[in-house]
Design a protein around this ligand. Structure first.
Ligand code: PCA
Length: 327
């Protein structure tokens, strides 16, 4: 009750202070679910984006960020936006490859392994991505890559044979497939829950960035991080298209301008966080370094299989993205 009263008061305050950006003159309060911890750079960037939107719309759009999967779990965020349960949210679209293979453009092993290459790949995929999202009642506001993906284990691993039977935490279709092709046992676990999964032995390895391992203090359970630079997956901030269509042009432009800033700031933060978090894993006691040549060569073979599978699933759209990326 107390919460409700203060929420109503806050709404009333915002409504009187705000410039009337809408036909009915009311400010809108938007809840923005995000799946990753509050201290993660995507989440911090989301808070900065919310501040920018509040300032840019003179308080007309007041976004509250809910990090750590506290409002909706990562897997549920996209649907929550689509169905209008929330007007805005952030999600890793490669977790929805079963809806459309194009969503997995950023998780094809060894297709784009650096920040520069992944930016080029994203530019190549963006028009198609926006088209698919638009058909799903979603408007893309901004996208930010994670740092390069590497492999975490609780033992030394020098070959795919060493991975046999290991319980592997996956976060999207590609990570689950990688586990299958390397003889590991995939289990889907949200980033917010991995510390516990590793502590209890539900999982004992994963592919992810140094950032996520650092955020979740995985050195408490794991011992090795191998830099593989397999791919750089993107998080995407999206708005429900009905909500979007109800905004006037100035409000839309102000939000898009904040999105552009957030994309640029997020990219810089991702780059800076890469080395910072690898150092953090080391300070936590983990062995951090490039994967050995033998392991890399074996993973490249797995990558070729996964690339062929993705191209098959994504058809002409996938081929067009890869062509645009390579030219
Ligand atoms: N962290 C996210 C996705 C990619 C990454 O680096 C995760 O592990 O869930």
């Amino acid at each position: 009750m107390k919460k409700l009263t203060s929420l109503m008061m806050a709404t009333a305050l915002t409504a009187t202070a705000a410039a009337p950006a809408f036909a009915d003159g009311h400010a809108q309060k938007w809840d923005m679910p995000m799946a990753y911890s509050a201290s993660n750079f995507h989440s911090e960037n989301g808070v900065k984006f919310a501040d920018c939107v509040r300032a840019g719309t003179e308080g007309a759009i007041d976004i509250t960020v809910h990090p750590g999967g506290s409002l909706f779990k990562g897997a549920d965020i996209k649907r929550a936006i689509q169905t209008g349960q929330v007007p805005i949210g952030e999600r890793l679209l490669s977790g929805h490859q079963n809806e459309n293979a194009v969503f997995g453009f950023d998780s094809v092993p060894f297709l784009a392994t650096s920040f520069d290459a992944s930016a080029k790949l994203f530019d190549a995929a963006k028009p198609k991505l926006e088209e698919i999202l638009s058909d799903q009642n979603l408007t893309l506001i901004y996208s930010v890559p994670w740092p390069p993906q590497g492999l975490y284990f609780k033992k030394e691993v020098n070959s795919v044979a060493d991975m046999e039977g290991v319980k592997f935490r996956s976060y999207n279709n590609a990570t689950a497939r990688l586990a299958e092709l390397t003889g590991m046992l995939p289990v889907t676990i949200e980033a917010a829950e991995i510390s516990q999964a590793f502590a209890t032995g539900v999982a004992e390895s994963m592919v992810s960035s140094g950032a996520t391992g650092y955020d979740r203090k995985v050195w408490e359970s794991l011992t090795h991080f191998y830099e593989v630079d397999a791919w750089l997956p993107y998080n995407h901030v999206m708005v429900n298209s009905d909500t979007w269509g109800g905004l006037d042009a100035d409000t839309q432009a102000a939000i898009m301008a904040c999105g552009e800033t957030a994309a640029a700031d997020g990219l810089e933060a991702s780059k800076a966080y890469t080395q910072f978090t690898l150092n953090g894993l080391r300070e936590g006691g983990m062995t951090v370094g490039p994967a050995g040549e033998g392991l890399v060569n074996e993973l490249k073979v797995v990558g070729e299989t996964m690339t062929a599978e993705w191209l098959e699933a994504a058809g002409d759209d996938g081929a067009a993205i890869v062509d645009a990326f390579k030219n």
